[in-house]
Write a protein that binds this ligand. Structure first.
Ligand code: NAD
Length: 500
């Protein structure tokens, strides 16, 4: 329904190495790509085995060790990064259509994500052009200067929940500083990724700077992260995967930046602007089909407004337009794949067994013959220790908890293995300042949902990650410092071996 026929998925998704699609090997392993709205197989990806990963790393290595990209004048590198941004925008409809087909995300949301992908390249072009070093002159007769150099070849691994926005972020933060990379997207979402990498090259990116391999984590991902030819790992995905990636990278002494999962507290105080908080809470959990690392999935309500808030939240959740993701009016599409739908829905029984009250949803949505559509779901949990408050479900499933005091809110927000973001809705300065200071999360949003300031550090405390994306923080991770010391006058040295 409504799928633009001019942008159908290619039948086969190969790897893309050194500026071209790789020929498909006989006997290679194919993985079906399924449209979550129709449950139909729309394409197949050819899984890259260790040999193909080696080809990709070798191409990235050569482009780094011998190629122009790390040695290019920043003006020329910036021009290419800006050209990439423009090329993504001028192909936005095609990219959006491919993204909708494999993710099930509403087209209206995906259009924003294509813009965000383009913006990532512009922003990191500017950041890279402003990287500077240091000089030290305090030690007599010496000038010591510190330069920043690209670090090498990045192994970049991306998830399926917003492939264009997140994989482009990984790539832009890496290549803008002169690095090269191998990108492995999620095996669920290869369609827009291949087209994105082709477009980088149409925009003038030299061959070998960005290489693409497809496949499952335990095959392609493991081969990539464990390859001796890489210099660093940039990973966005789940916390359990982050744990094994860091262990593998650590074995080879490769540094990692890890952007992982969340179970973020969305705190609504009695003092909040009620309507703003309500709009923000609904967006915080049901936008992007509920599949956001930064979802406000634990909604903490102060007792004074709790009943009214729940009543109005539930009324609104029931009227969210669940529909085909290509329809302009759709607010929530299907979740990404069948097993994920079953995973999210399994928490309804878990919630009830733990003494929670099912407030709304909890089933596959009515009115669809096919597709992994779930009703927007919400439960009222008896306390924050329940699994529905502690585990990331990564779907359109809100868990409410009621609290009494500011201290309670902060304690409950911090009672989590995660610490990615926290939302605070309040008109009281002390409440907002105390939450900002005392909640252990990488980002605090006060009276606003989902506001990603790309220049500022983004990342998580605790099991939500290690390191931060952002202007200065990405420059820190993706460059090496080099210290050079030179004497002004010739130095007097002890002359070993001259005493005889
Ligand atoms: P996932 O961890 O299952 O997979 C992420 C990627 O890692 C995929 O490409 C997968 O193939 C690969 N992978 C899996 N095992 C691997 C291994 N052993 N070695 C190398 N690669 C491996 O995550 P997902 O289900 O694709 O995405 C959802 C998760 O991502 C959620 O937990 C979500 O919170 C998190 N996420 C975090 C952020 C952030 O910025 N913090 C953003 C988006 C999503």
């Amino acid at each position: 329904m409504n799928q633009p026929t001019s942008f159908t998925a290619p039948q086969q998704i190969p790897s893309f190495i050194n500026g071209m699609s790789t020929p498909l090997r006989a006997g290679g392993f194919d993985i079906p790509v399924i449209d979550p709205a129709s449950e139909e197989v729309v394409s197949h990806l050819r899984e890259a085995d260790a040999g193909e990963v080696d080809l990709a790393v070798t191409a990235a290595r050569k482009a780094f060790d011998e190629g122009l990209w790390p040695r290019m004048d920043i003006k020329d590198r910036k021009d290419i990064l800006y050209a990439i941004s423009e090329t993504l925008l001028s192909n936005a409809e095609e990219l959006s259509a491919l993204e909708v087909i494999h993710t099930g995300l509403p087209i209206s949301a995906v259009r924003h994500q294509v813009k965000r992908a383009a913006e990532n390249f512009e922003m990191f072009a500017e950041v890279a052009s402003n990287v500077s070093g240091q000089t030290y002159t305090q030690t007599k007769n010496y000038l010591t200067y510190v330069t920043r150099e690209p670090k090498g070849v990045g192994a970049l691994i991306a998830p399926w929940n917003a492939p264009l926005a997140l994989a482009s972020m990984r790539v832009a933060t890496c290549i803008a500083f002169g690095n090269t990379c191998v990108l492995k997207p999620s095996e669920y979402t290869p369609l827009s990724m291949l087209r994105m990498v082709e477009l980088f090259h149409e925009a003038g990116l030299p061959n070998g700077v960005v290489n693409l391999v497809n496949g499952r984590g335990h095959v392609t991902g493991v081969s990539l992260v464990g390859h001796q030819g890489i210099d660093m790992v940039g990973f966005t995905g789940g916390s359990p995967t982050g744990r094994s990636i860091m262990a593998a990278a650590g074995h080879n002494l490769k540094p990692c930046i890890l952007e992982l999962g969340g179970k973020s507290a969305n705190i609504v105080f009695d003092s909040a602007d009620f309507e703003q908080a309500l709009d923000g809470a609904l967006l915080g959990i049901y936008a992007n089909n509920g599949q956001m690392c930064l979802a406000g999935s634990r909604i903490l309500l102060q007792r004074g407004i709790a009943d009214r808030f729940i009543e109005q939240f539930v009324a609104r959740a029931k009227t969210i337009r669940v529909g085909h993701p290509m329809s302009e009016s759709t607010e929530m599409g299907p979740v990404a794949y069948k097993k994920h739908m079953e995973h999210v829905l399994s928490y309804v029984d878990i919630a009830v067994q733990e003494g929670a009250t099912l407030l709304t949803g909890g089933r596959r949505a009515d009115g669809f013959d096919k597709g992994y559509y779930i009703e927007p779901t919400a439960v009222l949990a008896p306390n924050n220790k329940t699994r529905v408050c502690q585990e990331e479900m990564f779907g359109p499933f809100a868990s409410f908890v009621i609290f009494d005091t500011l201290e309670d809110a902060i304690r409950i927000a911090n009672e989590s293995p995660f610490g990615l973001v926290s939302y605070v809705w309040s008109q009281n300065l002390t409440e907002t300042m105390r939450c900002s200071r005392d909640i252990r999360a990488g980002v605090i949003w006060v009276n606003t949902p989902l506001m990603r300031e790309l220049r500022a550090p983004f990342g998580g405390y605790k099991e939500s990650g290690i390191g931060r994306d952002g202007a200065t923080t990405s420059a820190e991770f993706f460059t090496e410092y080099k210290t050079t010391t030179i004497p002004i006058d010739p130095v007097k040295m002890a002359r070993l071996g001259t005493s005889a």
